[in-house]
Design a protein around this ligand. Structure first.
Ligand code: IPM
Ligand code: MG
Length: 357
């Protein structure tokens, strides 16, 4: 199969982790007889430096022409003081919106090999962690209008609007039910319906969609309780569906309890068009340029890309198995290092995984 991919390395460790995923994809191409064509484009701070804005039109076009997009990370202290409208993060939010990527899939899965790096008590870890967070990505308070700054009663105010239209809730809920159907058949919808009107509508629509999925067990949880339950006993969750900002927060939490945020991939999907795949972690400016980053999250994002955008389940599993084998063989980057393991750098880890395909 011929597949065209657009790479957006971005900032910080982005340009270091991206070539590791490319190495692994090239290995897959050889083994499974595919042809991957790579285009590259600018986003985030790198785009600001080169063009004055975080999301050049050319980048949007290159992404639209591709079958899928693989992204590294955006942002860093260098751009902390640029105007709000051109912050690196705006590039990321912009490309999500431009490509209609309303569904963000963030699997938090504990590799047994990393159980020792997990922050939770061994008896809790023993029950296993395998949670899929399905986060709404193009609505909610991130994009709601009105928003801005104002002066009211003689003092400065800042404001945003948390708003969901029913079609936005319906499509993300249907996607989450479909995913739950293909896994443990349990879906937990997370909201704040005891306080927020937007959450009351969310819950009503979720209940309507649930009628089409009688085989999936649905529950509801308030977001504060969900944050607590995730660390108390993550094994109670199969699939979580939630809005943009709750999903942002809960997915960081879900990821770090698996040992390292450096391990976790994500997929952002639309109804048609190319999907965008990226590690959950950020640009890690503190370790950028030192060959210390963990490339696993990006490599596993490439696996999700093959699964969701190319219909290559076997190939995706080959990558996931190679990652697991690299861990089983004792190789670790610094973020997951434990006594008795072999510490390697970012580029070396890419080689190690590629060799195991
Ligand atoms: C994420 C990040 C982004 C978000 C930022 C960088 C805009 O935290 O992908 O979770 O808030 O969505
Ligand atoms: Mg986040």
């Amino acid at each position: 199969m011929r597949v065209s991919l657009c790479l957006l390395p971005g900032d910080g460790i982005g340009p270091e982790i991206m070539p590791q995923a490319v190495k692994v994809l090239e290995r897959i191409a050889g083994k499974f007889n595919h042809e991957f064509f790579f285009a590259e484009a600018l986003i985030g701070g790198a785009a600001i430096d080169a063009t004055g804005g975080p999301l050049p039109q050319e980048t949007i076009e290159k992404c639209r022409e591709a079958d899928a997009v693989l992204l590294g990370a955006v942002g860093g202290p260098k751009w902390d003081n640029v105007a709000n409208e051109i912050r690196p993060e705006r590039g990321l939010l912009g490309i999500r919106k431009e490509l209609g990527l309303f569904a963000n899939l963030r699997p938090a899965h504990l590799f047994p090999e990393l159980a020792g790096a997990c922050f939770l008590r061994p008896d809790i870890v023993a029950r296993g962690i395998d949670v899929m967070v399905v986060r709404e990505l193009t609505g909610g308070i991130y994009f709601g209008e009105p928003k801005g700054f104002d002066t009211r009663d003689g003092e400065r105010v800042g404001f945003n609007t948390m708003i969901y239209k029913e079609h936005e809730v319906r499509r993300i809920t249907a996607m989450a039910f479909e995913i739950a159907r293909g896994r443990g058949k349990r879906l937990c919808s997370v909201d704040k319906a005891n306080v927020l009107e937007v959450s009351q509508l969310w819950r009503e629509v979720v209940l309507e969609v649930a009628k089409d999925y009688p085989d999936v067990e649905l529950s509801h949880m308030y977001v504060d309780n969900a944050a607590m339950q995730l660390v108390r006993d993550p094994s109670q969750f199969d699939v979580i569906v939630t809005g943009n900002i709750f999903g942002d927060i809960l997915s960081d939490e879900a990821s770090v309890i698996t040992g390292s945020i450096g391990m976790l991939p994500s997929a952002s999907l639309s109804d048609d068009g190319p999907g965008l795949y990226e590690p959950i972690h950020g640009s890690a400016p503190d370790v950028a340029g030192q060959d210390k980053a963990n490339p696993m999250a990006t490599i596993l994002s490439a696996a999700m890309l093959l699964r969701h955008s190319c219909n290559m389940e076997q190939e995706a599993q080959a990558i996931e198995k190679a990652v697991q084998r690299a861990l089983a063989d004792g190789f670790r980057t610094i973020d997951t290092m434990e006594p008795g393991k072999a510490q390697v750098g970012c580029a070396k880890m890419g080689d190690i995984v590629a060799e195991r395909i």
